[in-house]
Design a protein around this ligand. Structure first.
Ligand code: PAF
Length: 299
């Protein structure tokens, strides 16, 4: 394996390099990104390096996943530092497609994933997963990796991509990577760049409020009561609005009936702070009384 990182911008050049890897019998892990890279992305790259001989990272701010009025134009574009970070990590190939090569004027295909992609984010960003499914399909077709890595921070996105890849018979293993957080527990995100100091300190309360909510539910508190209280606590902490605080089954993301948890679940949240929409999620496990003290710290 050469230590030199290559940057490719055309599909032809991408495919040529992928072909060389394949000819040498090497496996490929792919990390799609929209750039504005931070340590969260780097943790995906580290995982990718462990899982395959070659690592390909794409940088592309995908317009079809932004609704009119969202931050597509303002989304941070930081190609130079992004490339420097990826080179430092020893990524083999950086794919930065030319925008006109992604959606040409005749593009007419849409992809809609049902089930896991319904509700939660889709209630607030109705076309988001259509855009993600479309661009991820195109990127996976172009890169044709063995493995593709996505962060668990976008939990519903990860579930949607798993469904998409399975339903469309793509021979690619989708791997979820654990959420990278700052020292206060705030999930790392390219949009954290939008915060001033005060915004950041409000945003950091989310982790504390959600972990408390998860702990109470794991001890047997009613899900509706715990999530309602968490939503109110977010507003009291300075969040301007809460899109959802919901508990779902961890894989199929189905609504859990009954009010009291009796198995593993996922707590998902989306809330607005100083004009920035934050999403996050946390594992929840129903605990027996004897396990509270031992396991509470691990939640
Ligand atoms: O999670 C992201 O950064 C994007 O949604 C993705 C998967 C790169 C598609 O544009």
């Amino acid at each position: 394996m050469s230590a030199k990182t290559k940057i490719v911008r055309s599909e032809r050049s991408l495919r040529g390099n992928i072909w060389e890897f394949r000819k040498a019998g090497e496996t490929i892990a792919f990390v799609p990104t929209m750039g504005a890279l931070h340590q969260g992305h780097m943790s995906l790259v580290t995982l990718a390096k462990k899982k395959a001989d070659r690592v390909v990272v794409s940088i592309y701010v995908n317009p079809t996943q932004f609704a009119p009025g969202e931050d597509f134009d303002a989304y941070p574009r930081t190609e130079k530092p992004d490339v420097a970070m990826l080179k430092k990590e020893g990524v083999d190939l950086i794919y930065i497609p030319k925008p006109e090569s992604m959606y040409d004027v005749h593009h007419a295909t849409k992809i809609r994933v049902g089930g896991v992609a319904e509700g939660l984010e889709t209630d607030h960003r109705p076309t988001f997963f259509d855009g993600v499914a479309l661009v991820v399909t195109k990127l996976l077709n172009r890169v044709a990796p063995d493995i593709a890595i996505f962060g668990e921070k976008d939990y519903q996105q990860l579930a949607t991509i798993r469904r998409l890849v399975e339903d469309l018979d793509m021979p690619i293993k989708i791997v979820g990577a654990k959420i990278a957080r700052d020292e206060h527990g705030l999930a790392l995100s390219s949009r954290n760049k939008y915060f001033d100091e005060e915004g950041l300190s409000i945003a950091r309360r989310l982790n504390e409020i959600m972990r408390y909510c998860a702990l109470q539910m794991s001890k047997g508190e009613n899900v509706d009561l715990a999530t309602d209280r968490a939503a109110k606590a977010l507003l009291a902490a300075g969040f301007s609005s809460v899109d959802y605080v919901e508990v779902r089954s961890p894989n199929s993301l189905t609504v859990l009936e009954g009010g009291i948890l009796n198995g593993p679940a996922r707590l998902l949240v989306a809330a607005h702070c100083r004009g920035v929409r934050l999403i996050d999620n946390f594992p929840v496990r129903a605990l027996k009384a004897s396990q509270y003290a031992i396991n509470a710290a691990k939640l």
